[in-house]
Design a protein around this ligand. Structure first.
Ligand code: ADP
Length: 264
């Protein structure tokens, strides 16, 4: 099935916005792009769709706020930067959602939260309540408490876990590429886009999955693994380019390329 049909038929959608989608060339948050994204999400909500946002960007927001910490690689500084940046990020989201009269709710999660049955239940109930009340949950990894052992590590996986927990109809991952290619398109101009994937695990064994973009953390491997996770629950996934203006609208109109992961 094509992306536009999947979106049209989906009511509960998780949208993952990558750092690359939010970062301008100078490394700061691109507020225009965030506003564009939020406008489209609110348009979906007016059509009756329910949306959960999984958003990266705390690191870049923190660096923008306290630039002199930029080069400190110390883990304490990195986590402190995320604590500062998360406030900046949410403040930016709040301001743009306010223009539509839509409230946002922040949830910061770690891997342990998904593994523990009782926490799982509470996350699920909080999400359901927020969404039922027309509030948009904005989820990020709780970087300030996540050390290696309890880290999910990338927001593609966090978005997939969220989609499964919520019982979403669709997961949309927005990155800085149009979809999955047979090799890294940034290094290979002849790379071919793969529009439909039925078996993401099998695909990852036969394409080149190396390479991460400037602000990215996961690369394409985490996107394929996210597809495996949601497809196992019968949830399809669309990977598309968040740098394209009005990307969600264009996906609905079938105007832009993307990769759709349907599962076996
Ligand atoms: P984000 O921060 O949006 O999650 P990432 O930087 O983590 O994005 O991952 C996307 C990057 O993965 C692309 O910019 C691309 O350079 C790289 N990449 C490597 N191999 C592939 C491939 N086979 N198909 C598509 N992208 C690939």
């Amino acid at each position: 099935m094509e992306a536009h049909k999947l979106i049209q038929e989906s009511r509960k959608i998780v949208v993952k916005v990558g750092s690359n989608t939010l970062a301008a060339k100078n490394g700061l948050v691109d507020l225009g792009r965030m506003e564009n994204m939020v406008n489209q999400i609110c348009a979906w909500m007016k059509e009756g769709k329910r949306v959960i946002v999984v958003s990266s960007g705390a690191g870049i927001c923190g660096t923008a706020a306290i630039n002199k910490w930029h080069r400190k690689n110390d883990i304490n500084y990195k986590q402190a930067l995320c604590a500062i940046g998360q406030v900046e990020l949410m403040n930016a989201y709040k301001n743009v959602f306010d223009q539509h009269g839509v409230h946002v709710g922040q949830m910061l999660l770690t891997r342990e939260d998904f593994e523990d049955q009782s926490r799982n239940l509470h996350i699920r109930n909080t999400l359901l309540t927020l969404v039922d009340e027309g509030v948009v949950p904005i989820i990020n990894e709780n970087d300030s408490v996540s050390v290696e052992e309890i880290k999910i590590g990338d927001n593609d996986t966090l978005a997939a876990l969220t989609a499964n927990l919520w019982g979403a109809d669709l997961l949309v991952l927005l990155s800085d590429i149009d979809g999955v290619y047979d090799k890294d398109p940034k290094k290979n101009p002849d790379a071919q886009l793969i529009p439909v994937v039925e078996d993401a695990a099998e695909l990852s064994t036969r394409i080149d999955v190396h390479g991460v973009s400037d602000f990215g953390t996961g690369g394409i491997a985490t996107k394929l693994s996210a597809a495996c996770k949601v497809n196992a629950y019968g949830i399809p996934m669309v990977l598309a380019n968040g740098s394209t203006e009005n990307i969600l609208k264009k996906l609905c109109g079938g105007e832009v390329p993307s990769t759709v992961f349907l599962g076996k």
